[in-house]
Design a protein around this ligand. Structure first.
Ligand SMILES: Cc1cc2nc3c(=O)[nH]c(=O)nc-3n(C[C@H](O)[C@H](O)[C@H](O)COP(=O)(O)OP(=O)(O)OC[C@H]3O[C@@H](n4cnc5c(N)ncnc54)[C@H](O)[C@@H]3O)c2cc1C
Length: 355
């Protein structure tokens, strides 16, 4: 009997698999990569700053220390370069913003905001539309998500069942579960927004947000290993193309790319760069955001061997490693999950019989 069945093939399932491996637990991953493209389209950026209010992102210190350690371990295990440390360039629209930035850079956000303003010469940029002086965010970067997913699939190929999980085939007993020919102690569902099709957890309140992104080539553009942010972002990739993102849409929730998304991204691009470009790809995905914008993790109210790891929303890269560890500590060490992420907060929405 194995310890866990992991359902999903995205970022959440992959991070859970590596975390369980580190704890020497056995598992099978059951997932169909073609069901949801959210992780596959993500730019993979982590950013400790919320620009709107110029505040620190929730748990930024803890999450960033942990993500660097976790993905570096994965780089060694998978023998792939996965993370790139990049500073985020923030243009200022008003003089007041600059003042606020410098003030916070010298005080409460000194870890994350560079206290020296820069110009494009000192950053060695070409054809970027930026204010005369810009601020730099420190300790930010990106994960090459698609490389991480592919390498993880390959690394765990012996543990992988490449198929759609059929919930009605799951048989639940008090001390074990069976799914087709797999017998496990537990199951953890990492299905992203498709949790809506899961009869055991379809009551968790997701507020999914569709997102679209472009890939472009622009031979006359130089951003180096920075991320340019101004009502959108542009970031270079190792293959010489650039990712431009991203849109947010809460009503039209299919995974199709749209003309509306295309035009919105072109408009963002017009504010970011100043040179010719060719659009080589447009992609769309549905972010599994939760109603209170916190992850949703923990045990089913009716079955103590069914678990969920979801609600990663817009910040999966930053949140997943730290909270996968919290989940494993909860399962193995019986450590309480932080209340903000514990699925217990939504138990009142569960209509079934509680144990
Ligand atoms: C345009 C865009 C840009 C983004 N940029 C960033 C970014 O820069 N930084 C960042 O941190 N986050 C970003 N995100 C968000 C990020 O993609 C998510 O936080 C993260 O990928 C969610 O991962 P997940 O595994 O929970 O969900 P998903 O990626 O949706 O994965 C769910 C998986 O479960 C599988 N699945 C579901 N049901 C079944 C079933 N019944 N049987 C088998 N398999 C099943 C699906 O096929 C899929 O593989 C972005 C998202 C979008 C759309």
């Amino acid at each position: 009997m194995i310890d866990f069945i992991i359902v999903g093939r995205g970022l959440a399932a992959s991070v859970i698999a590596h975390t369980l491996l580190e704890e020497k637990r056995s598992f099978k991953i059951i997932g169909n990569q073609n069901l949801s493209s959210c992780s596959k389209v993500a730019a993979g950026i982590w950013n400790p700053i919320v620009f709107k209010r110029l505040t620190k992102s929730w748990l930024a210190n803890e999450l960033i220390v942990y993500l660097n350690e976790f993905y570096s371990n994965c780089e060694r295990r998978l023998d792939k370069k996965l993370i790139t440390q990049r500073s985020i360039i923030r243009s200022f629209v008003e003089e007041q913003e600059k003042k606020l930035w410098l003030n916070k850079a010298s005080l409460e956000l000194s870890e994350f905001l560079d206290d020296t303003l820069r110009d494009d010469n000192s950053l060695d940029l070409l054809n970027c539309k930026i204010s005369k002086q810009v601020g730099l965010v420190k300790q930010s970067g990106n994960l090459n998500v698609i490389e991480f997913l592919n390498a993880t699939d390959h690394f765990f190929k012996e543990h992988l069942m490449d198929e759609t999980f059929e919930h009605e085939q799951l048989k639940i007993d008090a001390d074990h579960l069976s799914y087709k020919n797999v017998i496990a102690k537990n199951i953890i569902f990492c299905e992203g927004y498709l949790v809506k099709n899961n009869p055991f957890f379809n009551w968790v309140p997701l507020k999914p947000a569709k997102g679209e992104i472009l890939e472009i080539t622009a031979p006359d553009l130089k951003i180096k290993e920075h991320i340019l942010n101004k009502n959108g972002f542009i970031m270079g990739q190792s293959n010489g193309t650039f990712k431009v993102g991203a849109t947010y849409e809460w009503t039209d929730l299919d995974e199709e790319k749209t003309q509306k998304g295309f035009h919105e991204l072109e408009e963002k691009l017009a504010q970011l760069i100043n040179c010719n470009y060719t659009i080589t790809r447009q992609q769309a995905g549905i972010r599994p955001s939760s109603s209170d914008r916190r992850p949703i993790i923990g045990a089913h109210p009716g079955y103590n061997n069914l678990f969920i790891f979801n609600g990663l929303g817009t910040k999966g890269v930053m949140l997943a490693p730290y909270f996968a560890k919290k989940f494993v500590n909860f399962y193995l060490q019986k450590e309480a999950l932080p209340t903000e992420v514990n699925v217990v907060r939504f138990y009142s929405l569960y209509a079934g019989e509680k144990k």
